[in-house]
Design a protein around this ligand. Structure first.
Ligand code: GLA
Length: 395
């Protein structure tokens, strides 16, 4: 990745730059090609806000709110119940949902979610028990996959607690094969926290794979996970995505500027966008961040490139770039420092040929004009300026 950046910067004034900007390594990565996750999955998950406090009521109310808030129509489709929905296995070994918390059962809940135009996701663990001590899927892979398919599950997140002695690559492959055998299209979210180098094997096994430990609702944690995921930029693409963990937008630990930066960076990274807030009670500001269609379009761009760090002109001041299908570039000018800073993007640094380009500010929803060689503006501390830069034809 680094080589590619520098080659591009050095050769930016020559016609070869746009050739260099396409990733040579990507072609050698065999990602799943089953029609699922052609763009990064979008949805909502219980864990970041509700932890073990899950119930059918929460899921139904949240599904309703995902629709009424406009999140569904903005692209958030998978409604995922994380850990703690399961209580034991019955005498036949079938996994049982908590009858107190899910009195209507999972099939009815899936039907409800589907009736809203949404998709249904569930959590399990490759080991003997989940991270919260509920039954894991080890030695029940085929049986659990069949159960989930019968319920109408569309997405499974598989965790890695209590898996001592197991090999991640083999276990996830086993579960992937079990899901395929059901005949139902089901997204597999691999969640072993980047601990077994998933970027080396997960692209052929799952549709997304965690590259990091769990995110926390603060600026440092968010950036830490983003930086780790950025190291594996070259393996991501349609069918398989690096996952720096779910969104914290709206959970209260960051400012709105920081949450805008969080979403912008996840979009530049072509990361899965799994919201983790209380959608039923979110503020208008949170809703507006989560449903900014111009930023979401960067994440969902069909080219499926994960962006990279193009420049760091000073400590804490970074220029991130992601090429888009239409030949334009999404740019994030990220100010990680403690003070406002003047920041700029030079067309050379983002692999554009010399000539005028139109600049649109994706958070302000405003065209800034066309510029011959670059664009600059002040960026507040702990904030991002997110732009779309489109070469103007004939210039
Ligand atoms: C792990 C995962 C989290 C969440 C919890 C649930 O920590 O990484 O995303 O699923 O388990 O127990």
């Amino acid at each position: 990745m680094t080589q590619r950046q520098w080659a591009c910067t050095m050769l930016a004034a020559t016609v070869t730059c746009s050739v260099l900007i396409s990733a040579p390594v990507r072609a050698q990565v065999h990602r799943l090609d089953d029609g699922l996750a052609r763009t990064p999955p979008m949805g909502w998950n219980t864990w970041n806000k509700f932890a073990c406090n899950v119930s059918e009521r929460l899921i139904r109310e949240t599904a309703d709110a995902i629709v009424s808030s406009g999140m569904r129509d903005a692209g958030y489709r998978y409604v995922v119940i994380d850990d703690c929905w399961q209580v034991y296995r019955d005498t036949a070994g079938t996994i049982v949902a908590d009858p107190q918390r899910f009195p209507s059962g999972m099939k009815a809940l899936a039907d409800y979610i589907h009736s809203k135009g949404l998709l249904f996701g569930i959590y399990t663990d490759a080991g003997t028990a989940t991270c919260q001590g509920r039954p894991g899927t080890h030695d029940h892979e085929e049986q659990d996959a069949r159960t989930y398919a019968a319920w109408g599950v569309d997405y499974v997140k598989e965790d890695w607690c209590n898996a001592r002695g197991l090999t991640a690559r083999a276990q996830y492959k086993k579960f992937h094969d079990a899901l395929v055998a059901t005949g139902r299209p089901i997204v597999l979210s691999i969640c072993e926290w980047g601990s077994n180098r998933p970027w080396d094997w997960a692209p052929g096994t799952g549709h997304l794979w965690r590259t990091t430990d769990d995110i926390s609702d603060n600026w440092a944690s968010m950036l830490y996970n983003y930086d780790l995921s950025a190291m594996h930029q070259d393996v991501a693409g349609p069918g398989g995505w690096n996952d720096p963990d779910m969104l914290e937008v709206g959970n209260g630990g960051m400012t709105d500027d920081e949450y805008r930066a969080h979403l912008a960076l996840w979009a530049i990274a072509a990361a899965p966008l799994i919201a983790g807030n209380d959608v039923r009670t979110m503020s208008a500001a949170t809703r507006d961040i989560l449903t900014n269609r111009e930023v979401l379009a960067v994440d969902q761009d069909s080219l499926g490139e994960q962006g990279w760090l193009a420049e760091q002109p000073a400590p804490g001041l970074q220029l991130w770039v992601k090429p888009l299908e239409d030949g334009s570039r999404a740019v994030a000018l990220l100010n990680r420092s403690g003070a406002e800073a003047q920041m700029s993007v030079d067309w050379k640094a983002i692999g554009l040929l010399p000539g005028r380009a139109a600049v649109r500010d994706l958070w302000a929803h405003a065209d800034r004009g066309t510029f011959a060689a670059g664009y600059g503006a002040a960026v507040p501390s702990h904030a991002v300026l997110m732009l779309k830069v489109t070469p103007v034809k004939g210039h």
